[in-house]
Design a binder for this molecule. Structure first.
Ligand SMILES: Cc1ncc(C[n+]2csc(CCOP(=O)(O)OP(=O)(O)O)c2C)c(N)n1
Ligand code: SF4
Ligand SMILES: [Mg+2]
Length: 289
């Protein structure tokens, strides 16, 4: 239904040569094509950052480039207004895990039926490489000089998502196209809050978490016999210490999503719902009594 030509970049891509965002964009395009849905039923929402420029680089789909840290509440609104849409958030580690962390945790808790793809490069790339909430302790950057480098442990997005109530939690790598496309498809099709923490090298600012490093330190979780329905095992994997990164699905369960638990119109979606202004006036009048 969707062809590669329909998704061609409407704007010139300004990412640095070699940036991991290219792998994520390529995977997203393949996933959107394979999804087999009409193009107008797919919506992207992004925050602010290099990663969040992605809506400018994929044509045809509806998209909104929002405010720093805020794509998740906006995506939640879009989803609740029209539950027929597949809403996908692209957010950076700075965007999602600093100013956006409250939104992330509560959307997971509410099990909002959206997919959130975190482009995790350990830095605030767009604003010139300050250490982000995902940077490892000791990470040296222009805002965390040695000693000691970054003086605290990072936010663990996988563990945050699992404990908050997300029902699909996975880790991908922008260098693993096939694996990433499959994870994206699974996340988009999942009914409930789906997160993929995507390891994404920033070749300009992050000299520690490089392509070589990730190629040597990632391994396939599914080859270990991991049980994706076991929350404690998923958390254990998310908290795995050392410098080996399991990639794949950590956690996947079924649970009622937000839309099924609130009073949406019985037929159609909120966008089809009309309000009688007399009813609204009555509410105002009652409040004024
Ligand atoms: C409300 C607000 N706070 C802060 C900023 C400044 N700012 C823009 S992008 C950014 C961080 C981007 O980092 P990340 O989300 O990791 O994206 P990346 O560029 O690494 O892909 C910050 C702090 C802003 N634009 N708006
Ligand atoms: S600064 Fe880093 S994240 Fe931003 S485009 Fe360049 S390589 Fe990619
Ligand atoms: Mg970043």
């Amino acid at each position: 239904m969707i062809t590669p030509e329909m998704l061609e970049e409407p704007q010139k891509v300004t990412w640095c040569t070699g940036c991991g965002n290219f792998g994520i964009l390529a995977a997203l395009k393949k996933a959107v094509i394979e999804l087999g849905k009409p193009i107008h039923e797919i919506v992207l929402a992004s925050g602010i950052g290099c990663s969040s420029k992605i809506p400018h680089y994929i044509g045809g789909v509806n998209s909104i480039h929002t405010l720093h840290g805020r794509p998740i509440p906006i995506a939640t609104g879009i989803h609740l207004a029209n539950t027929n849409l597949d809403v996908i958030v692209h957010t950076g580690d700075g965007d999602c895990l600093a100013e956006g962390l409250g939104h992330f945790v509560h959307a997971a808790r509410r099990n909002v039926d959206i997919a959130v793809f975190i482009h995790n490069n350990g830095v605030n790339g767009l604003t010139k490489g300050q250490y982000s909430p995902a940077a490892p302790r000791g990470y040296v950057s222009n805002t965390s000089p040695p000693p000691p480098g970054a003086p605290m442990d990072p936010v663990n997005p996988m563990a945050q998502a699992i404990t908050a109530g997300a029902t699909f939690v996975a880790r991908g790598f922008s260098g693993d196209q096939k694996g990433l496309v499959n994870l994206m498809l699974e996340a988009i099709r999942h009914k409930g809050f789906a997160v993929i923490d995507i390891l994404q090298p920033c070749v300009t600012w992050n000299r520690q978490l490089t392509w070589k490093y990730y190629n040597e330190h990632t391994y396939a979780l599914e080859e270990t016999g991991h049980d994706v329905t076991n929350k404690f095992k998923a958390l254990e994997k998310a908290m795995e210490n050392g410098d080996r990164y399991p990639v794949g699905v950590f956690y996947k369960v079924e649970s009622p999503d937000l839309a099924s638990g609130i009073a949406l119109p019985e037929k159609g979606t909120l966008k089809d719902h009309t309000t009688d202004l007399k009813d609204v006036q009555k509410i105002i009048d009652d409040l004024l009594l």
